[in-house]
Design a protein around this ligand. Structure first.
Ligand code: SF4
Length: 440
């Protein structure tokens, strides 16, 4: 691997040279749904197919704008990279109108939508990615939508914590312009029950974030941004990953349950003061560092007739997510389940090759997790659903296997070193052209 070439012109890489290599490679590998759509279509002389996607489930609706992609663009599990899509206020207005029409149509068919989520391929509140004029149109059109559709109770924006505020010359943390606009909008809409900002978090373990996920978060600033939102009556929902890559199953369960506990603990108790958590399983997607190194491990195993280390298995069963939630019940914190939702997965047609996108056995839990999201009481309360799933023979088998795992004492940094050596030895290609193959 020509690491020096990879790092040329790359900014904000870690000081540690080995980690800098891995971060730079992750940036290069990254492609996006947008990227593959736009690049490949433009090669064929066609225009991009669409500028937003809409997803609906139960009472929830989402509009996800195609955009130039996340400016961080390096997290090992994420395929949100860069593209040449240019959003304009006119395009955004059209896409928002389409979203409203779909919700109205669903309403006519008896499906009322109570929660809407607005996001882009990264951060909808980042003006570099989603221009200020486009965000103005989002608020304008959202106003029209809320005027016409009276059922909506929750409005959610997904963004990166760095877009929420910054430090002024006196060192005070102040709201960004985008957040000021959101606060102003919120204050004009007291009829909306909750405005929520959804943030990436993944894990409360900063060493793990920095060495294996390539997702640096400044904990102090993160907590300040949470405080600022809450002071302005905006709730915060963070994404916690249930099946963290490069960990053994046992480690995954303890890391994700610990992260939930820390995220939901008050700021005064050294927690993050988060209102709610969305737990999600890892989808090993094409054009991510994760997928690249898992392929390298497979090639290595073939060449050397070897087995993957326990923490390097490309097997992410959905039972790990059940185990995390069940663990909260077992330690007497079942009260928290009311605040822990699960990301939806399955049935979204993101990839033609489903096995690459969804966690193993997702179908076995899908209906229960659809119910879980509704946060009902009685037989189908979240606690009862998890207790039920914990009796599933596949869950019992998964837990038996997990408990009999040998523990590893390899540090996160040494695991990153292992990945670096593996990449060097296998030297798999990560070419730009390979991104286009995804579209074939
Ligand atoms: S996980 Fe979030 S911050 Fe990281 S590259 Fe993806 S969109 Fe950007």
């Amino acid at each position: 691997m020509n690491w020096e070439n990879l790092k040329k012109n790359e900014k904000a890489l870690p000081e540690d040279s080995m980690l800098a290599d891995l971060y730079a490679l992750s940036r290069k590998i990254k492609g996006t749904e947008v990227n593959t759509t736009v690049s490949c279509n433009s090669i064929n002389g066609e225009s991009p197919r669409n500028f937003s996607n809409q997803f609906f489930m139960n009472a929830f609706g989402q509009i996800s704008f195609m955009s130039p992609g996340c400016k961080i663009g390096q997290c090992c599990f994420c395929s949100y990279g860069a593209s040449d899509v240019k959003l304009t206020p006119e395009i955004v207005a059209k896409e928002m109108d389409k979203f409203k029409l779909t919700i109205l149509e669903k309403q006519k068919q008896g499906q009322n939508i109570y929660s809407i989520l607005l996001d882009s391929v990264g951060s909808i509140l980042d003006y570099n990615e989603f221009p200020k004029e486009c965000l103005d149109v989002v608020f304008e059109k959202l106003n029209e939508l809320l005027d016409e559709i009276k059922n909506i109770q929750n409005v959610i924006f997904e963004t990166h914590y760095q877009t929420l505020g910054s430090y002024d010359e006196k060192g005070n943390y102040v709201a960004s312009n985008a957040i000021e606009k959101l606060i102003e909008f919120k204050n004009k809409h007291p009829e909306i029950g909750t405005f929520i900002i959804e943030l990436g978090f993944e894990t409360a373990n900063s060493e793990l974030r920095d060495t294996l996920l390539f997702k640096h978060l400044d904990d102090e600033t993160y907590k300040k941004s949470v405080k600022l939102l809450k002071e302005n009556g905006i709730e915060v929902d963070v994404n916690v990953m249930a099946t963290l890559p490069f960990l053994s199953a046992k480690e995954q369960i303890s890391q994700s349950s610990e992260s939930i506990l820390k995220a939901l603990s008050p700021l005064s108790d050294n927690g993050y003061g988060i209102d709610c958590v969305t737990l999600f399983p890892l989808n090993v997607r094409k054009y991510t560092f994760c997928n690249y190194v898992f392929n390298a491990q497979e090639a290595y195993n073939k060449k050397h007739k070897a087995c993957s280390p326990q923490w390097m298995k490309k097997d992410f069963p959905i039972w790990s997510m059940v185990a995390t939630l069940n663990h909260l019940i077992e330690i007497g914190r079942e009260d928290l389940l009311k605040k822990v939702s699960v990301a939806w997965f399955g049935g979204r047609g993101i990839s033609k090759d489903n096995s690459e996108v969804y966690p193993r056995d997702w179908e076995e839990t899908y209906d229960d997790f659809v119910l879980y999201r509704k946060n009902l009481s009685g037989e189908n309360s979240r606690v009862n659903i998890i207790k039920r799933l914990a009796k599933h023979p596949k869950f019992i088998k998964f837990m038996e296997e997990t408990m009999s795992e040998n523990s590893t004492d390899l540090s996160y940094y040494d695991r990153a070193g292992y990945l670096h050596d593996l990449i060097n030895e296998m030297n798999l290609p990560y070419t730009e052209e390979s991104k286009c193959n995804a579209f074939e």
